[in-house]
Design a protein around this ligand. Sequence first.
Ligand code: FNR
Length: 347
Amino acid sequence: VDLADFINLFDFEQMAKGKMTEMAYEYVASGAADELTVRWNRQALDAIKLNPTVLTDVSQLDTRISLFGQKLAHPILIAPTAYHKLMHPEGELATARGAGLASALYVVSSFTTTPLAEIAQVATQPLWFQVYVRDDREFTRNQIQEAEAQGCQALCITVDTPVPGVRNREQRGNFRLPAGVTIPHMGGPIVEKKPFTWNDIAWIQSFAKTPVLLKGILNPDDAEKAVQAGVSGIIVSNHSGRNLDTVPATIEALPRIAERVNRRIPVLMDGGIRRGTDVLKAIALGANAVLVGKPICFGLACGGAEGVAKVLQLLTYEFELAMILTGRATIDSIDRSVIWDSFRENK
Ligand code: FNR
């Protein structure tokens, strides 16, 4: 495959089909049940119109942001996704190298198929670690302390998966890990923690040395509880529609959550981000940064580290064009006024 032929993120999904086993492709591409939320994530972003400002000075374009004291070149992060060796033999090492090439922060999944110690050796950009909390507290504590010891600079506690969703396509695809592919930080493939509550979050905060984010918030009341619990940040996410089908698109949940949080802590968002304009819309509606999941998996399958880098470079380039074309030279200047208000006439 010649990566020069890929001109947008959708191209990667098309090409990845031929580069992955059917089982792996179905694993990445599928969502829960009827995949309504998967579709809504995209449709809701598409439905938002932009309201550009012309003739502003955008000669000093600045995409930099700062999160928990870390300076990032742009607000596009790599979402935690499992089993990268299913997508490319170099697995998470290629993802980390790709992140380095594109100056992107990489959130490593607890279902990484490569030990963190090896990922940390090739990473040149900040790493965060995603945590699935298990019943065994000693296991979870050790997992978190190991991640912090390896230099991960924040923890994303995934709160939307006490049990996996109804994954019909995955079932039909007969998903199982190929021989030789292991998950060194998980100790077993089954995620099942039904008595998972705010007490577990308080317990993690009692020993975590790095910022704790909650990943998978959709309800503004939960966002308020998260702020009250003293977490460092939240990620508005529906797990790419893989868990509970028919929850709303994340871009629909984002504004009311951002309004409730009212800038007390950073709000990140993921789900269906595929275009530079999607990044702009998410920021305008209250996100401090966004994450991308599936396109990274497909980039990895198509071209290893270079494929991952190309996905991120295309998206950051499109985002820069969107900033220029809407007259926004800085991230802070991307506010609600860049969203076309279709109902203004009626107010
Ligand atoms: C995920 N996601 C995920 N989330 C998490 O917290 N831990 C994980 O191990 C995984 N694994 C995973 C695998 C695959 C193949 C996908 C597609 C997703 C969810 C992920 O972090 C993120 O929330 C979504 O992928 C973002 O939506 P898009 O960009 O994929 O539409």
